[in-house]
Design a protein around this ligand. Sequence first.
Ligand SMILES: Cc1ncc(COP(=O)(O)O)c(C=O)c1O
Length: 397
Amino acid sequence: MNKSDFSIFAQHPQLVYLDSAATSQKPKVVLEAIQKYYTEMNANIHRSAHFLAESATIAYEATRKTVANFIKAKHKHEIIFTRNATEAINLVARSWGETFLKAGDEILLSKLEHHSNLVPWLQLKEKIGIKIKYLDIDEVGQLIFDGSQITEKTKFVSLTGMSNSLGAITNLKPIIKRAHEVGAKVMIDACQLAVHSPIDIQELDADFLAFSAHKLYGPTGVGVLYGKAELLEKMPPFLGGGEMIQQVFEDHFVAGDIPNKFEAGTPNIAGVVAFKAALDYVNQIGFETIQKQETSLSEYALEKLKTLPYLTLIGPQEVENRGSITSFTMDKVHPHDIAEGLSQKQICIRAGHHCTQPLMDYWKLPATARASFAFYNEKEDVDRLVEGLEEVYQYFS
Ligand SMILES: Cc1ncc(COP(=O)(O)O)c(C=O)c1O
């Protein structure tokens, strides 16, 4: 289904791509949009009055509007383009965190977090002495939350919407509600969630949200930060340079308005412009179809993988409250050997700690093997994975 929309599958007819959680493949419409941008309108945005700059600016700003619609943001100026989700989270940690947090303030993360949603806060802990607490997880990797973990001392909560290692989807609403009751702000790392499920940011009521275009069928080098306008307006710029200012003097500067205040320097214009093509493509297929396909693949994969006695599935064992990511270990075989063995058959999975070392430590595992599915995968891909795993196991045992 839809494989023909992606050139890479024609280039590698035997390819079984099960690493979409790391980065998705890009549909032809995205490749064409990059080509079209450079051939028809390449110019720097916002600054020049000539017609090419005008076209480039219109195309760049059209993506901002599309992203705002994609997550149902109230205003288009609440969307900031960054290099990736990592930069978006760093922006909040540095700009909001350094301004509004002080030594001893508590922030709440979870054991599921990607390093991108850990290290910026650990840096802030080193720099200003904040305290970091962690939400625990149960035996299948679902967050444990009963309200008591957020207290008057909690000033900020930053959580993943879906675990990139386990696929577990977090129940965000009660956590956001409780955080707001004590006046804490909330950031959601939606890198995985945004790919698999529609987001209504106003309904969710998170204060900040981050995701990367490259996992959402768009180009690399583009990230999105959503922030409520009233918060972004009070935050100082993260990086300084061109584009983000209103006026510059020898001894001071006046920052521009949002979103420009947070977009210093020439951005990845081609990437942002082409990201619109990716979102249009996703919208055209629709999350209903995407979720149906991904759930049916997950169900099939779980069923098949459970029949292999030498595999241990890590994370949610059923399709409920999970996205299409499956982590597992194999008796006596290191995950890296599994991935290398499968790669020889053109089956791409990911092996390692998946940038979640504290989660792996918690699970007392050095690494897992992870197969992640997108809507372009088919049941035959799962069959090829299972056959490949059987061969790898025979070879190593
Ligand atoms: C949950 C999660 N958060 C953050 C990131 C970081 O994304 P990026 O490398 O695009 O900044 C990833 C990427 O794997 C992720 O899965």
